[in-house]
Design a protein around this ligand. Structure first.
Ligand SMILES: C[S@@+](CC[C@H](N)C(=O)[O-])C[C@H]1O[C@@H](n2cnc3c(N)ncnc32)[C@H](O)[C@@H]1O
Length: 231
């Protein structure tokens, strides 16, 4: 899908995106974002870019955890950013996070602009993953850290036995009911099944120049947190 088509799909479901997420993940998405913040271990004064920030949950989690962190959230969808802005204002965190409408494949930032770049459930949606990873690398400062959270297939065949029917049949139905549109959840299912395995993602990070790279499974491997450092 082209970036504008992806953004349009998210704009359609923006108002109900959070609720569908929490229901479909049994609230685990909140814990995954907290783990992301712990793993990133931001320090006061550092600059953080959250790509595909959507409704802003990752940026909000970082703003809460680290008062002196400078945070920019970028997304292509105006509607998702509108929801993010409303949430930040309600939490009185709007002065902490700068929201930018833009394309993760052509970042409007100079080289070495950030110490941390995060992208949660966004890499899967990029039409050119290598280009996205190269852009992350470019805007990171030396020794800067990238963190990616993405859905994955469980490594245990026993867990897959339960998870795959859930992903294939339940997710599109429940996602459609909660969000009012089934197509994005069929896309979610297909893009999770089509996403490369952990070894491939680590290899792609390495190819772009990240050293060292690593990952840890979240909730039985239905999501994975990857990281890489700019040498
Ligand atoms: C599944 S949502 C993830 C939102 C958020 N990070 C979270 O954890 O809930 C994916 C987001 O990526 C955005 N997106 C997709 N392609 C993009 C691109 N090329 N550049 C910027 N944002 C993009 C979509 O608009 C959408 O808001």
């Amino acid at each position: 899908m082209r970036p504008d088509e992806v953004a349009q799909m998210f704009s359609q479901i923006a108002q109900r995106y959070d609720r569908a997420n929490h229901i479909l993940s049994f609230q685990r998405d909140r814990a995954w974002r907290r783990t992301l913040v712990q793993q990133a271990a931001p320090k006061p004064g550092e600059r953080l870019l959250d790509l595909c920030t959507g409704t802003g949950d990752v940026a909000i989690e970082f703003a809460r955890a680290c008062p002196k962190l400078q945070i920019v959230g970028l997304d292509l969808s105006e509607e998702m950013l509108r929801v993010a802005h409303e949430k930040l204002a309600q939490l009185s965190l709007d002065h902490r996070v700068q929201l930018v409408q833009g394309n993760a494949l052509e970042l409007p930032f100079a080289e070495s602009s950030f110490e941390i770049v995060t992208i949660a459930f966004g890499l899967r949606n990029l039409s050119d993953r290598t280009r996205g990873l190269k852009e992350i690398y470019r805007v990171l400062s030396t020794e800067g850290r990238a963190f990616i959270v993405e859905f994955s297939l469980p490594q245990s065949s026993l867990v897959r036995l339960v998870y795959l029917p859930y992903l294939r049949y339940i997710v599109p139905i429940v996602g459609g009911m909660v969000s009012g549109s089934r197509a994005p959840y069929e896309y979610l299912r297909d893009s999770i099944e089509g996403f490369p395995d952990r070894a491939q993602i680590l290899e792609e990070l390495y190819e772009v120049g990240f050293r060292p790279v690593g990952y840890r499974d979240l909730t039985l491997g239905i999501a994975t947190l990857y990281w890489g450092e700019k040498e």
